[in-house]
Design a protein around this ligand. Structure first.
Ligand code: FAD
Length: 481
């Protein structure tokens, strides 16, 4: 007897339904993580995510040791590694929390079948979402393609369950220890060059880091969240996204933590509701991914398949990636991404709109760059959000909504604090010009020590002309209906 617990996108001990069930069974538990880069199908993690994963596994391993849970980390095809581990550990049961990207669900379904044929018990749980994507349905039983009705239907299902406790050493019966690889051997971290300094300075991956970040948010950001969440210059959002991505925290824990803050009087009902609705966007993205598995590569609205994307200008693409477009809010965002692996949501929208509409580069190009550079790169949220900005997605922003980067900057970063933090060339430029340095007088630029075109780029495209070009291209779709 014994249970094999397979950790995947749920790298935590608290509120972990599969672990909880394994421990409650009273049988000895052995834990496994598989780095599978061999099975064909799953999308390979991007560079920033690989860095995060290494740190998160280190933290998980230490936490497991503390409660007496044996965790082995192995490399190879999930199917083979899990089957072998089952034999070696001599267990009769396997437990895991579900994944939702199609290639992964396929692996899991096949493995489940095979293990059951071998006479094992296999149980899967929901450790990742407030509602399973198939549980929220339209009246006719299908997918919901618009957020508001989706969220109404989801919340009507009732209060998400309370978080489950973390197993204690006293409760946990240790199973047979399996040998495995050391995390250093996995090749997840950059060496030459080591570009991860900015990530190390910004984040503390792992369950304890997630808990600290949540406490900081509840103490400092939640109050006023509804009002300030669009301001990249304020520490107003939770920054829980990478922790959620790797399952170091569950949405249930967040759902209940913010309500507790409200009941203690430290947040308003409006702040709590707004924050929960953002978790709702994550649920909605997973709902879309479940119903449209090709979310990251195929336009949800087929008419967008005919969009006349010109051949991308490599100089434009490079300028966008490096944060050298000459539009300060865009450049600050892209440099925040490069140094910290994260961008504020409002700025994600601005930089995405700029790539798609000002530069007329296919949204998939941007989705791919984000996939490689974000620490929270998520198969559902990233793809759904890019399609939303492109206008090709479900419930998408209308295609004619083209963000004006300088107006957006002035509105959401009014003093230029955010731009100055990431674009030091503009540090001395006054708030009046910081979002449109090309409009500044020669004296203002001289005073700030900036020569445009030398110290900081001139705009690589003229926004107004680019907007007209984009709208003309989008008009061709309208004609097709
Ligand atoms: P908070 O405001 O504190 O929100 C709490 C949580 O709600 C987030 O951690 C996240 O899990 C969820 N959430 C918030 N906004 C959204 C949203 N619009 N869509 C889905 N979930 C949301 N989010 C990712 O987690 N991974 C991605 O790869 C990703 N790519 C994006 C790409 C683009 C072009 C855009 C416009 C948005 C993207 N987002 C992505 C959504 C959003 O920007 C981030 O979730 C958010 O900025 C994370 O910061 P936070 O944790 O402080 O958010």
């Amino acid at each position: 007897s014994g249970v094999l617990l397979w950790f995947r996108e749920d790298l935590r001990l608290a509120d972990n339904p599969a672990l909880n069930a394994a421990v409650s069974s009273g049988e000895p538990v052995t834990a496994l993580y598989v780095l599978d880069e061999e099975t064909r199908g799953p999308r390979r993690l991007g560079g920033a995510s690989r860095w995060w994963l290494a740190q998160s596994l280190r933290s998980l391993k230490a936490d497991c040791d503390r409660v007496g849970l044996q965790l082995a980390i192995r490399v190879g095809k999930s199917r083979d590694v899990v089957t072998k581990a089952v034999e070696e550990a001599g267990v009769g049961r396997v437990a895991w929390n579900r994944r939702y990207a199609e290639a992964e669900t396929k692996i899991d379904a096949e493995l489940k079948d095979r293990l059951r044929k071998d006479g094992l018990e296999v149980e899967s749980f929901n450790g990742r979402l407030l509602h399973e994507p198939w549980e929220v349905r339209s009246k006719s039983g299908g997918a919901l393609k618009v957020f508001s009705p989706f969220w109404r239907a989801a919340t009507a299902r009732g209060e998400p369950r309370a978080p489950l406790p973390k197993p204690t050493k006293a409760k946990l019966k240790a199973g047979k220890a399996l040998n495995g690889n050391s995390i250093d051997e996995l090749g997840l971290e950059p060496t030459k060059p080591d570009w991860a300094d900015g990530l190390r300075e910004t984040w503390e991956p792992g369950e304890a880091g997630a808990r600290k970040a949540l406490t900081t948010f509840i103490d400092e950001g939640l109050k006023g969240y509804a009002e300030n969440r669009d301001r990249p210059d304020l520490p107003a959002t939770s920054r829980m996204s990478p922790h959620l991505r790797f399952g170091e925290v569950s949405p249930h824990q967040l759902w209940h933590a913010v309500e507790q803050a409200r009941s203690e009087g430290s947040a308003s009902a409006r702040d709590v509701e707004k924050f929960r609705a953002e978790l709702g966007w994550r649920e909605f993205s997973y709902h879309l991914l479940h119903h449209f598995p090709e979310l990251a590569t195929k336009n949800l609205q087929e008419r967008f398949d005919d969009f006349p994307w010109p051949t991308p200008d490599p100089a434009h693409r490079r300028a966008w990636r490096k944060g050298l477009t000459g539009y300060p809010i865009v450049d600050a965002g892209m440099r925040q991404l490069w140094t910290t692996g994260w961008i504020h949501n409002r700025v994600r929208m601005i930089v995405a709109s700029f790539l798609i509409k000002d530069l007329l580069i296919d949204w998939r190009d941007g989705e791919d760059w984000f996939w490689d550079t974000l620490v929270d790169a998520d198969p559902a949220n990233n793809a759904a959000s890019w399609q939303w900005i492109a206008g090709s997605g479900a419930d998408a922003a209308p295609y004619f909504r083209v963000f004006n980067p300088s107006l957006q900057g002035a509105k959401f970063d009014p003093d230029g604090t955010y731009v100055r933090a990431f674009v030091p060339e503009l540090e001395k430029l006054s708030a009046r010009w910081i979002h449109a340095p090309w409009e500044a007088s020669r004296e203002a630029l001289e005073e700030a020590g900036i020569e445009l075109g030398k110290d900081y780029p001139k705009p690589i495209v003229d926004h107004r002309a680019a907007r007209d070009r984009a709208l003309a291209a989008f008009e061709t779709l309208k004609a097709k209906g």
